[in-house]
Design a protein around this ligand. Sequence first.
Ligand code: PLP
Length: 471
Amino acid sequence: MTHISRPGLLSANDLSLPPILHPQISRLLDYHQERLFHWVDCYGSPLNIVVPSILNDNLSCLRNTIEHHAVSGKIFYAVKVNKSQSLVREAVTAGLGIDVSSRYELRDALDAGCAGQEICASGPAKTPDFHKELIDQQALISVDSREELEDLVRLLTGRDHGRKARIILRYRPDGAAKSRFGIAAQNMPSCLEIIARHNDDFAFEGFHFHLGGYAPETRIAAFWELTRWVEAARDLGLVVSMIDIGGGLPVRYVDAEIYDAFLARQDAGHYRNAVLPASFYPYGHKMDAAGWMETFLSAKGETDQTIADYLRNQAITLGIEPGRSLADQTAISVFRISRVKELEGGHHVIFVEGSSFSACETWFASEFLIDPVLVPSRQSAAHRENHRPTQAYLAGHSCLEEDVLSNRLIAFSRMPQTGDLLVYGNTAGYQMDLLENEFHRVPMPCRISLDADLTSVHIDSAARAAKTHGA
Ligand SMILES: Cc1ncc(COP(=O)(O)O)c(C=O)c1O
């Protein structure tokens, strides 16, 4: 990975967070600027540009680590991370399973060519129709509660389809006692007994958990806790062939040292609202996803055996459901500047075409802590008076005071101008389309995907193109 050149600290009070960019993305920003302007002209702003082939780089690092430990692994791409169908297709082509949490994600996975048996469904509130489709497709169902298990028993009893429901039980580890997800330890025995009693209805495959946060330690603890339930299941005659540890593998957005220095030096004065957010995603992770997996598989329990040893010895497949870490670097979001306005205090507000509802951290009282890359238009690049530095926050087009892409005052080495582009790197992981909406009746942002050559363009979502450009 290379860093795109960005201004360093402009003064003691200006802190930069240059994004880590995949070489393909750097190439796009360095050598295809005219095309960026052309695409925004054609498809509107904001424009999400996906380069799905980059997913394979993330995948091979992860696969290498798992193979290095000679562990059997099953990777399910968690499609919730991004609405781009091109990423689902890329994942399926790469031989991944798909983790779905709705009937719509299920259908998109099938449309992308994923076989039903390669799909795993998580989520606490699956409807009967969703259950039926999953059973018909022979997808793996992660059962979130005893109530869900009982619903499945009712659904399967008297259903004359001859198909069993393939299930794993989602466990709620002791360390996540307050979570509403998963089955607490005290309910695990009764769930296992129900499954053993309904042997004709269920094909039991093992256990699952997914935890908040990104620390390997919490997963390691949950994994060793689970081994007790592996024994309990086997005592009831059930076969345990998989432990699925969910997602939450980390992604690095900025260099760890730069990030730590930023955190140490920032204060409320760096924010337009003078409020320092209480928490951030750890954008400057020291560990990448492969390093995380290495730590996890090498972790020892009470005996000398590592998690990798245990999985091998027990002939259990490690399931994982990475979303963010597989989508790492696969997309950028391009915003066209519609106005730059000077405010009291000498800094500026930059209005962009688009709203913060797609780049959404500010709606969680947090901040996407990477700097956007300024791509000046030809006209503004020609004007020398634009070459003075400023600090600015970024606002969306709506009438809401809180519609800001960044509360943070971002340092620019030259004055951004109307018509320039601001490009946010690495937006595929929950940034670009989690909270999209049509506020002010503005159509949804468009999504295009590029082949690895960066020149062949495919429309990933046609709504805006069809609505505004008759394409
Ligand atoms: C059950 C489950 N699996 C996988 C994921 C993907 O997590 P991540 O994108 O952090 O890898 C999530 C995210 O919320 C989830 O709820």
